[in-house]
Ligand binder design. Structure first.
Ligand code: NDP
Ligand code: HEM
Length: 481
């Protein structure tokens, strides 16, 4: 589109007055031949694309990742191959449950998704601001999310639905402890950490690997709102965090995060008292120390929100050689879910949209489809032609398949249900809250939310669940609820 020529219809025909419509009489009935008016209104009628089913409210910025420390003993990923190597990035932050116009300060986990445009393809870190999550059975995701959204009849947020799910599925307790601490209401996305949550694999050239977890620690320091500040801001400025991010970058105060990796060998993983494929658990900092490897800095606001932020399509399935998914079943299902939802939300050619475009992609076998706007691979053969063979890289037959992991077993319908062991790390966190003065806030925040529960039995079940974290916590909640 030309930015310099005269204002025109979509076919470029100049229009002398954007307000004028063709009619018989002044005013009088409109004429169907008024292409300008029809063009304008018909396009307006189609301005909205489906909002993301989760993480609909978000803000984003371009930036740069730089390698600060050598990790070539752990991975052959090219973008991590040299200290000082820089990679262009795009990051989108979000809340999870609310609609695209909802308040930034809602008590919710925050999404922290970053696209790295590397020389070996795009890798997306589709992370949250919490190191654990509510579920470890993938089929629970839609069911859990329904309970955090709106009641199907009243279309209202529903505290009974919210807590009814959680008391039935107490593997969520660790995440709940974080959500109801003041980290559940960060004072803007600049002041929170990002975590892979899932276990991934860093793989070397010989195919050997270690399990890893990524931590992105904010260089701005953690800064949270208390429950009342968050509620007040939700009314006064629902875009508080989006505004803070945009204006800080505009002023040249570029937010940054120092990136660390926790490393575990497959042998160490077998000796743990929990599974590293369990998304509700963290790895001890003491046993698996954080090793620094990079820094992410956000330094450019997008010129156009819709083009870059709304159309950004992240997926944990976007990865590069040297970085693979683990067998975590939630992660495995996410590999399917994101490209699937992008095909629905943005169309089959979503990867051609500039913010999603990979400069090194070469696949003339993916052709045609709606909104194919990148030349459609021109005259290249659309099958593996012997007349014009493609170059194929050396390595495993399929990206993400390593020879070093072998699985043998019986097909089983497995529900990874909760036991009392789920409470161990939640209790440890309650004890951390004791040392860091966060216990009162947790009690206050749970009471503020759970006092909306209508069912007396459900209120009691909530108190009992937190009582398993700590009898003292249960007692305090029981007294206040
Ligand atoms: P440590 O003293 O090693 O770790 C305490 C950690 O708790 C801090 O480093 C911080 O993680 C985290 N923390 C503090 N306040 C909050 C909060 N409001 N919400 C979420 N996390 C918070 O403790 P232990 O090894 O005794 O472990 C105790 C508990 O600490 C664990 O059960 C787990 O909940 C949490 N923890 C978290 C880890 C992580 O991966 N983030 C690792 C180890 C423990 P951070 O540095 O990430 O801000
Ligand atoms: C967004 C599915 C778990 C982080 C989304 C979207 C879907 C989805 C459908 C919308 C994507 C879009 O329209 O562009 C799922 C499923 C999960 C799951 C099925 C589990 C089975 C998780 C977990 C994390 C996470 C565990 C973090 C560790 C995110 C983030 C976004 C997102 C950050 C927003 C991406 C953006 O900014 O566009 N998820 N999700 N999700 N999810 Fe998940």
């Amino acid at each position: 589109m030309s930015n310099n020529g005269p204002y025109s219809t979509s076919n470029g025909c100049p229009v002398f007055n954007p307000y004028a419509s063709q009619m018989i009489g002044t005013p009088g009935p409109l004429l169907l031949q008024d292409t300008h008016l029809i063009d304008l209104i018909a396009h307006f009628d189609r301005e909205r694309i489906p909002e993301r089913v989760v993480h609909a409210k978000g803000a984003g910025a371009f930036g740069e990742f730089v390698v600060t420390d050598d990790v070539t003993d752990l991975t052959c990923a090219d973008f991590l191959s040299t200290v000082g190597k820089k990679t262009k990035t795009f990051t989108r932050f979000s809340t999870v449950g609310g609609e695209s116009g909802s308040a930034d300060t809602a008590r919710d986990p925050r999404g922290f998704a970053t696209k790295f445009y590397t020389d070996e393809g795009i890798i997306d870190w589709v992370y949250n601001n919490t190191p654990v999550f509510f579920i470890r059975n993938p089929s629970k995701f839609p069911l859990f999310i329904h309970t955090q959204k709106r009641n199907p009849q009243t279309h209202l947020k529903d505290a009974d639905m919210f807590w009814d799910y959680l008391v039935q599925n107490p593997e969520a307790i660790h995440q709940l402890m974080i959500l109801f601490s003041d980290r559940g209401t960060p004072d803007g996305v600049r002041f929170m950490n990002g975590y892979s949550g899932h276990t991934y694999k860093w793989v070397k050239k010989d195919g050997s690997f270690n399990y890893v977890q990524i931590h992105m620690i904010t260089d701005q320091g953690i800064k949270n709102l208390n429950n009342e500040e968050a509620l007040k801001l939700a009314g006064e400025n629902p875009d508080h965090s989006q505004q803070d991010l945009f204006e800080s970058i505009q002023k040249g105060e570029y937010p940054s995060w120092t990136c660390y990796v926790q490393v575990m060998t497959p042998e160490q993983a077998e000796k743990l008292d929990f599974s590293i494929f369990d998304l509700t658990k963290v790895w001890s900092h003491k046993d698996f120390p954080l090793r620094r490897f990079g820094k992410l800095t956000l330094n450019k606001n997008p010129d156009n929100y819709f083009a870059d932020v709304e159309q950004a399509a992240f997926s944990p399935s976007n990865t590069v050689p040297g970085w693979e998914s683990s067998a975590d079943p939630v992660l495995q299902s996410r590999l399917f879910s994101y490209p699937d939802t992008h095909r629905h939300r943005l169309g089959a050619n979503f990867y051609q949209i500039p913010v999603n475009k990979c400069p090194v992609m070469h696949n003339p076998f993916m052709r045609d489809g709606p909104m194919c706007v990148d030349g459609n691979s021109g005259s290249e053969p659309n099958y593996p032609s012997s007349f014009k063979p493609l170059n194929y890289s050396k390595g495993p037959a399929l990206a993400g398949v390593s020879d070093h992991e072998k699985w043998v077993g019986t097909a089983t319908a497995f529900h990874w249900s909760a036991t009392d062991a789920e409470f161990k790390q939640a209790t440890a966190l309650w004890n951390v809250f004791g040392k860091t003065g966060q216990q009162d806030a947790l009690v206050h925040n749970v009471v503020a939310h759970a006092s909306n529960i209508k069912s007396a039995e459900l209120k009691k079940a909530v108190v009992d669940m937190f009582g398993k974290v700590s009898p003292e916590l249960g007692k305090r909640l029981g007294a206040e609820l």
